[in-house]
Ligand binder design. Structure first.
Ligand code: IPD
Length: 270
C-alpha cells in the first residue's frame, strides 16, 4: 500500500526536530571527538553521528521496512519502496565554529521519487517543509520564491566541495558570476541554501559535487516553492549538479553558469 505523505511528513518532522533539539543542546560539547572524512577540511563530530543515530532509530521504530541513506552510516536496504535520505547535521563546519546556520535535513522518496522534505534549522528556530504537489512551508506558513527578474539584482548562493583540487576549479566560475549579479553568499549549508531560495532570501543557488543527503529535502522544498531547477550542464538536476533559481532570473543565471563551465569541477582535472 502506498504510504500516506502526511504520515511521512509527520514522522520526518518529528525525528528532524528531535535531532535539531539535541544538536542545539549539544553546542557546549563542540569540537569533542572531531575527525576528518574526505579531506582535512571535511569534519565530522560525535554530534553528527549521535544525530543520525537518533533519526534512524526513530524512523525504524515506526517503519522497520523502509530503506535509509544517511551521510554518516551509509545505506540500509528496505522492502517498502520508501527511502529516507538524511543529513543529520548539514553545515558541520558552521556548527563546530558556533555559527547559527546549520540544519537537519530529512528527505523521503517513494519508489525513487522525492515526496517529502523537512529541513530543521534549529539554531535559527525555523522549520521548512514540503510535500510533492502540496507546496512549501516555513513554520507552517506557505512560502514562494522571489519575484526577481533582473540578474544584475540577484543574490546568488553557492557552495564548495572539500577537495582542494575541486575547489580550485569551482573558483574559476566566480570571475564570470560576480560582475553579473548583486552579490554571492557562501552559507555553508546546502539544504538551507535551497530553502532560502524557496523563501526568497536568495534568488538562486548552485553547487557542483553535492551528495544526495545535501539536497534530497531542499530540492523538493525549492521546486514546490516555484523554483526552476537544472543541472550545471543545462540537463536534468541531479544531486552532484544543482542550479535552482526564481523563474524570473533562472534563464539568465543558468545560461551564465553553463557558459562559465560551472559543471567543470565534476569532470576529471586535465
Ligand atoms: C556541506 C555543506 C556545504 C556544501 C558542501 C556540503 P556538510 O555539508 O552543505 O554548504 O558546500 O558541499 O558537503 O558536510 O556540512 O554536511
Amino acid at each position: 500500500m502506498r504510504p500516506d505523505p502526511s504520515e511521512l511528513l509527520e514522522l520526518a518532522g518529528r525525528v528532524a526536530r528531535e535531532a535539531g533539539e539535541m544538536l542545539r543542546a549539544g553546542i557546549g560539547h563542540l569540537r569533542i571527538d572531531v575527525t576528518t572524512k574526505t579531506s582535512g577540511t571535511d569534519m565530522v563530530s560525535e554530534m553528527d553521528r549521535a544525530s543520525e543515530a537518533l533519526i534512524v532509530e526513530g524512523i525504524l521504530a515506526a517503519r522497520p521496512d523502509d530503506a535509509i541513506l544517511g551521510e554518516e552510516t551509509g545505506s540500509r536496504d528496505g522492502t517498502s519502496g520508501v527511502r529516507w535520505v538524511i543529513d543529520p547535521l548539514d553545515g558541520t563546519t558552521n556548527y563546530l565554529y558556533r555559527h547559527p546556520i546549520w540544519a537537519v535535513s530529512v528527505g523521503v522518496e517513494v519508489d525513487g521519487r522525492a515526496e517529502v522534505g523537512v529541513v530543521v534549522a534549529a539554531g535559527l528556530g525555523e522549520v521548512f517543509t514540503a510535500t510533492r504537489g502540496g507546496g512549501a512551508w516555513l513554520d507552517g506558513a506557505p512560502i514562494s520564491v522571489s519575484g526577481a527578474t533582473d540578474l544584475a539584482g540577484a543574490l546568488v548562493g553557492t557552495g564548495f566541495g572539500y577537495a582542494a583540487s575541486r575547489r580550485g576549479r569551482q573558483a574559476v566560475v566566480l570571475p564570470h558570476l560576480l560582475p553579473a549579479v548583486r552579490d554571492i553568499r557562501r552559507n555553508g549549508v546546502a539544504s538551507l541554501d535551497l530553502c532560502w531560495v524557496a523563501c526568497g532570501r536568495l534568488d538562486g543557488y548552485f553547487e557542483a559535487g553535492g551528495q544526495p543527503w545535501d539536497v534530497a529535502a531542499g530540492l523538493l522544498i525549492a521546486t514546490e516553492a516555484g523554483a526552476s531547477a537544472a543541472g550545471l550542464d543545462g540537463g536534468p538536476v541531479v544531486p552532484e549538479s544543482v542550479m535552482v533559481a526564481a523563474p524570473g532570473v533562472a534563464p539568465a543565471l543558468f545560461a551564465l553558469l553553463v557558459g562559465a563551465g560551472a559543471d567543470e569541477p565534476l569532470k576529471p582535472p586535465h
